[in-house]
Design a protein around this ligand. Structure first.
Ligand SMILES: Nc1ncnc2c1ncn2[C@@H]1O[C@H](COP(=O)(O)OP(=O)(O)OP(=O)(O)O)[C@@H](O)[C@H]1O
Ligand SMILES: [Mg+2]
Length: 238
């Protein structure tokens, strides 16, 4: 489950973020304030449980202050993705980039746009966490190698998609963000429709170009499902 933190005095924006997160596998903690904490430690101390993956700053708080806080987060907690919700001027974009802000969000964006951005930010956070803990992941690789479960049948319409999608969601409950469902029905694969996904990238993108050589690039082509699993869907047309 992804953990999101929002600092803003703006109730309308808070509602948009809540709507965006409603369909996702995540929790939101809101600090309704137009004052920024002195440092990320002040926010983390007020939280119960694990530190957040994504920190959303604004609107309604000083952009300069947000950028300062973002720089400190970037240094002290590089595994947290920061999203700045402020009107994007060329100047802000440049400053945000220098401060290590992951993304700039238009405060008037619709919940779907916000959801896509949040998913992307938590993916980046997950990637960074793994990158920052190389020994842990090496150890994991040795003790528990990835496992492939193939769901197949020579006959059509027998329930392959139903079994595979339910299996993936079920496994995702036991191991959130560690399951990938790959639709290898290249002509009429319907995993995307079964899981109500509208993939930005499909297996066609994954087998050509950089993704076929680099697993990190490949990962950016996966679609995140609210149940905490990834999907690599079949092409949109045969
Ligand atoms: N265990 C089940 N009990 C009853 N109906 C089922 C079961 N599994 C699947 N179905 C139904 O059977 C139909 C076909 O299922 P599904 O699409 O999963 O099959 P498929 O093997 O993926 O088909 P295709 O070969 O067309 O891709 C669907 O209407 C589905 O709801
Ligand atoms: Mg099918």
């Amino acid at each position: 489950m992804s953990r999101y933190v929002l600092i803003t005095p703006n109730g309308d924006f808070e509602r948009l973020v809540r709507l965006a997160i409603a369909g996702m596998h995540g929790s939101l903690q809101v600090f309704q304030s137009n004052h920024l904490p002195d440092g990320p430690g002040d926010v983390l101390r007020q939280m119960v449980g694990e530190p957040p993956e994504v920190l959303i700053l604004g609107p309604g708080i000083s952009v300069d202050g947000s950028l300062k806080l973002a720089s400190v987060v970037d240094l002290q907690y590089p595994e947290i993705s920061v999203i700045l919700a402020a009107p994007s001027t060329p100047e802000t974009v440049l400053q945000a980039m220098r401060a290590g802000v992951r993304d700039l969000l238009d405060p008037g964006a619709d919940p779907d746009t916000i959801r896509v951005m949040l998913e992307r930010a938590s993916l980046a956070a997950a990637g960074r966490r793994r990158g920052l803990a190389p020994q842990a992941s090496e150890h994991m690789d040795k003790s528990a190698p990835g496992r492939v479960i193939a769901v197949m049948s020579p006959k059509g319409g027998v329930g392959k998609t139903t079994v595979a999608t339910n299996l993936a969601v079920g496994l995702g409950k036991a191991a959130p963000m560690s399951v990938v469902i790959v639709d290898l029905d290249l002509q009429f694969g319907d995993v995307a429709s079964g899981l109500l996904l509208e993939p930005e990238f499909t297996i066609t993108d994954a087998v050509i170009g950089a993704a076929s050589q680099d697993s990190m690039v490949l990962k950016t082509y996966l679609t995140v499902h609210p149940a905490g699993i990834y999907a690599l869907c079949a092409p949109r047309s045969p």
